[in-house]
Design a protein around this ligand. Structure first.
Ligand code: NAD
Length: 500
């Protein structure tokens, strides 16, 4: 099913990068039309989509919009007509890209944005001879496009402020981070940096200083970890302590003059060097197929990104901002129907919540249910502000039942029934669903406490009133199956046989 009112993107060239764009747009709820001249493109894109479905939605702690429809079109005109954003991702050949823009511009509206994934060309080169040069911009992403937020944007003099604003908001809408370049240069900013490291790496292999695996270790055990969270300048600032950046620069000035870098020089790609590098790379990684390596990479990236998210730092900060944008303002209790359990959670299962059995691991159920408890308590007035004033609920007892498997990328929702609110105690029952399938339940006994004395204390009257209101309404609901059950006691529930 396609979400009504979905926006439309067209992807021209559905390889590694086009497939990644298609996944990002579709998983953010856009309809995606793909044009590729290769008949195998649909099956390749389906493989990328499957990887993206497992990895991307779980980056956020809210449910993403319903996945948009992805369609394939032999006819380029059909693919781009009416699309709001057209992303060109054909091979890196200027003549081919220009030919394609001519075809696109003959079919698309003037308002559409034509982004090029080009790693190296400037917008002025791409748009030379185009009917409407200002419409063509560089929107350079990074593989995997559905996980890495950076998109380098290079515009031209004809782009115009209104279009620039639309580029900014559209890329933010799909969870990306647009980095606008101040002026055009070959290979933009990030590929200039990567090219420098790549050249040095080729020299190190060519000179027999290090093998491919050792160069990769030099990055991933050290500065690569640092770069993921603070980049280059902020890391060096710390490295130089309180002496500051000026001092750091005067010191590195000396080092820069030394023969540390062969940057301007490129090793000749002789057959021998190609063989050396390819052989070392086979020895390093050849035992795993590329698809397996891509899945490992995705799982690692999700763990890093979610780690940064918990720290609200760097790319993780962007994920939190996107959570707030997609989640919107939380609905208050007064606006909710009390004739059914209250909705207290909706999200995808993150890739790093999955265990060796290929399904959501035990402690993540507790995390998801714990978040639902927080949401329930916030609804009745025990929110962050209330807690900051010195009172809260502590969980005294928990019983989780696992009724069916959920895998990474699975969309789960949680609802909550209040079984009892009496004095200092509240007993709640969560149900976790994947679509209409009940996958787990959790029952918690909560005790209201004074945070100063750390002892149980009766909630104030307004909190008691709200809890009482919910309890009274929920008393009319059937008692949930499994409520009050002890561990090991058989439960008359058809899902029980599927328990993990
Ligand atoms: N691979 C990367 O890491 C990376 C990263 C960022 C940007 N880019 C840029 O993205 C662009 C695409 O790179 P890629 O790695 O996805 O290449 P790719 O070879 O994987 O994909 C290119 C796709 O374009 C299709 N194609 C070729 N001619 C076409 C035509 N006339 N009409 C429609 N489709 C056509 C091919 O069938 C193929 O599916 C390049 O400009 C590249 O510089 C690549």
């Amino acid at each position: 099913m396609v979400a009504s009112g979905a926006r439309t993107a067209a992807v021209v060239g559905g390889g590694v990068i086009g497939g990644g764009w298609a996944a990002r747009f579709a998983l953010m709820g856009w309809k995606v039309r793909i044009h590729d001249t290769d008949k195998d493109a649909p099956s390749r894109i389906e493989a990328v989509m499957a990887r993206a479905r497992a990895a991307m939605p779980g980056l956020w702690d809210v449910a993403l919009p319903e996945e948009g429809e992805v369609s394939f079109h032999d006819d380029l005109t059909e693919a781009v007509t009416g699309a709001e954003w057209i992303q060109e991702s054909v091979p890196e050949r200027l003549d081919l890209k220009r030919e394609i823009y001519a075809e696109i511009q003959a079919a698309c509206t003037e308002g559409a944005i034509i982004g090029s994934s080009t790693s190296g060309f400037r917008p002025s080169e791409l748009a030379e001879g185009a009917a409407r040069p200002g419409q063509i911009i560089v929107a350079h992403p990074f593989d995997p496009v559905y996980l890495l937020p950076l998109v380098e944007v290079v515009t031209g003099p004809g782009t115009g402020d209104a279009r620039i604003e639309r580029i900014r908001t559209t890329l933010r809408d799909i969870g990306s981070h647009p980095l606008f370049l101040r002026r055009e240069i070959d290979a933009h900013v990030a590929d200039r940096l990567l090219e420098a490291v790549w050249r040095e790496a080729l020299w190190l292999v060519s000179d027999g200083v290090a093998e491919t695996a050792e160069i990769d270790d030099a990055i991933r055990y050290g500065f690569g970890l640092r770069w993921a969270q603070m980049g280059l300048f902020e890391s060096y600032r710390i490295a130089n302590g309180e002496a500051g950046m000026r001092q750091a620069l005067s010191q590195s000035g000396v080092a820069l003059k030394g023969p540390w870098s062969k940057l301007t020089d490129v090793p000749e790609m002789t057959e021998e060097l190609v063989e050396t590098i390819a052989g070392q790379s086979d020895a390093q990684s050849g035992r795993r197929p590329v698809e397996e390596l891509a899945q490992i990479r995705d799982a690692n990236l999700v763990a890093v990104l979610r780690g940064l998210k918990a720290r609200d730092w760097g790319a993780g900060r962007l994920l939190n901002a996107t959570d707030r944008r997609i989640g919107g303002a939380p609905q208050g209790l007064d606006a909710m129907s009390l004739t059914a359990p209250l909705p207290t959670g909706a999200r995808a299962v993150p890739l790093d919540w999955s265990d060796h059995n290929g399904h959501m691991t035990e402690h993540r159920y507790l995390q998801a249910f714990g978040d639902a408890t927080d949401r329930f308590l916030a609804l009745v007035g025990c929110d962050a502000e209330y807690i900051a004033c010195g009172q809260s609920f502590f969980t005294a007892e928990t019983h989780v039942r696992h009724l069916a498997e959920v895998r990474a990328g699975g969309q789960i929702t949680i609802d909550t029934q209040l079984l009892l609110a009496e004095g200092r105690r509240a007993r709640i029952f969560h149900r976790m669903w994947e679509s209409s399938r009940l996958v787990a339940t959790a029952e918690h006994m909560l005790v209201h406490v004074d945070l100063q004395s750390r002892r149980a204390a009766a909630p104030p009257s307004d909190l008691q009133e709200r809890l009482g209101r919910v309890a009274k309404a929920h008393a009319h609901l059937p008692a949930p199956e499994g409520a009050g059950a002890a561990v090991g006691r058989p439960i008359a529930h058809k899902g029980a046989e599927e328990a993990k």
